[in-house]
Design a protein around this ligand. Structure first.
Ligand code: PLP
Length: 376
């Protein structure tokens, strides 16, 4: 019996060939392949502009800078998210204020955000948690008149849809991840998409030490013009080696999502007949890519969540605890992060787990997982 992982990236000969071509070209840092990946990504996500960076964490950081968020500002965001969502607010000197989430989707809603708003709220970060599209329109209807910028953390969202369009398409600014736990991967990597040209220009500069000329521009001229450093920037660049992989992965996106949804449908069919388990499903406004195929373990089930995780581990199946709650981590426990109730966040964090879903997963592997869910 071999180990079943919770996630495995799907990389093949095309990715190997693309990296080999980048190496052979002699240009391995940010260059033509990053530009190509950005153009393809913007087209695929129906975004105005796309700027590649080193991770989604750096994408969120730059998105908040572009949105003008800084010292003394509050950023309302879910505690129910990977810790990078909250960290981004701290990086720019703002205070993260935690909002609760909806039990069905694991996402913030206009109501949970409204409950957390403060007079100092300058931005809100919404998350397409685990790939489930956030219901963005009511949140923008709440925030836009108050001049609060809505940043979409679409780290998990490639290939999910909202009202018939890719998630992020309706956002002023969105941040994406290409970590191997996400839908498509470049090893590490991220992207900022935005509808605002001036924000795209600013983050494009900031990712590269805020140089007035990019390294690629300077390379194009034997006698390069002298660059200027227009503000204090960062080195958040993606490499052409990564972008070469990204271009191929993006071409696989539809196929990867279709396969994940097929595997999730197989779980859903079985779980519908197991009392006490609920599997996350498409909300009425969109479709999830099942980046995280999470299951709620209710009191009706013979074991609690941790008991089920142990049973899975004993069958050599690596499931995972559900999405974390940042407010419970030592990094945030001592901070003032607002006083909205986080009861749903705490419930979901304690009662959910993530099932294995990966492109190469075989029917027999999935049956092994389902057998444990049934027998436990
Ligand atoms: C993974 C993840 C991030 C961080 O992405 P990196 O590319 O690893 O920096 C941020 N937000 C959410 C919701 C995530 O799931």
């Amino acid at each position: 019996m071999s180990r079943i992982n919770v996630m495995q990236p799907y990389l093949g000969d095309e990715e190997i060939a693309a990296v080999a071509a980048a190496i052979t070209s002699g240009w391995v840092a940010q260059g033509p392949r990053v530009a190509e990946f950005e153009t393809s990504f913007a087209a695929k996500q129906e975004a105005g502009y796309a700027v590649a960076v080193s991770s989604c964490t750096s994408a969120l950081h730059l998105a908040l800078i572009a949105a003008g968020v800084g010292n003394g500002d509050d950023v309302v965001l879910p505690s129910f998210s990977f810790i990078a969502t909250a960290n981004a607010a701290v990086y720019v000197g703002a205070r993260p204020v935690f909002a609760d989430v909806d039990i069905a989707t694991g996402n913030v809603t206009a109501a949970t955000i409204e409950a957390a708003l403060t007079p100092a709220t300058r931005a809100v970060i919404v998350v397409d948690q685990g790939g489930v599209p956030v219901d963005l329109d009511p949140i923008r209807a709440l925030c836009d008149p108050r001049e609060i910028v809505v940043v979409e953390d679409a780290a998990c969202g490639s290939g999910s849809t909202y009202k018939g369009r890719p998630v992020g398409a309706g956002a002023e600014v969105a941040a994406w991840s290409f970590h191997p736990r996400k839908i498509i991967t470049t090893g590490e990597g991220g992207m900022i998409t935005t509808s605002r040209e001036e924000w795209a220009t600013r983050v494009r500069r900031l990712r590269e030490h805020a140089m007035s000329l990019s390294a690629a521009d300077r390379h194009a001229n034997t006698l390069a013009a002298a660059e200027q450093y227009l503000e204090v920037g960062y080195n958040f660049r993606m490499t052409d080696l990564q972008a070469a992989v990204g271009v191929v992965q993006l071409g696989r996106l539809d196929e990867l999502v279709a396969r994940r949804r097929e595997i999730a449908a197989g779980y859903a069919k079985a779980i519908d007949e197991i009392p006490g388990l609920r599997i996350v499903a498409d909300p009425e406004w969109g479709t999830t890519n099942y980046q995280s195929c999470w299951v709620e373990v209710t009191e009706e089930y013979p074991h609690d969540r941790d008991g089920l995780l142990v049973a899975l581990a004993e069958a050599d199946i690596s499931a995972r605890r559900g999405i974390m709650a940042a407010h419970r981590e030592p990094a945030y426990a001592g901070r003032d992060t607002g006083d909205a109730s986080l009861s749903v966040t705490e419930y979901l964090t304690d009662h959910t787990l993530i099932l294995p879903v990966f492109h190469q997963m075989s029917e027999s592997e999935q049956s092994r997982v389902i057998d444990v869910l049934r027998q436990t």
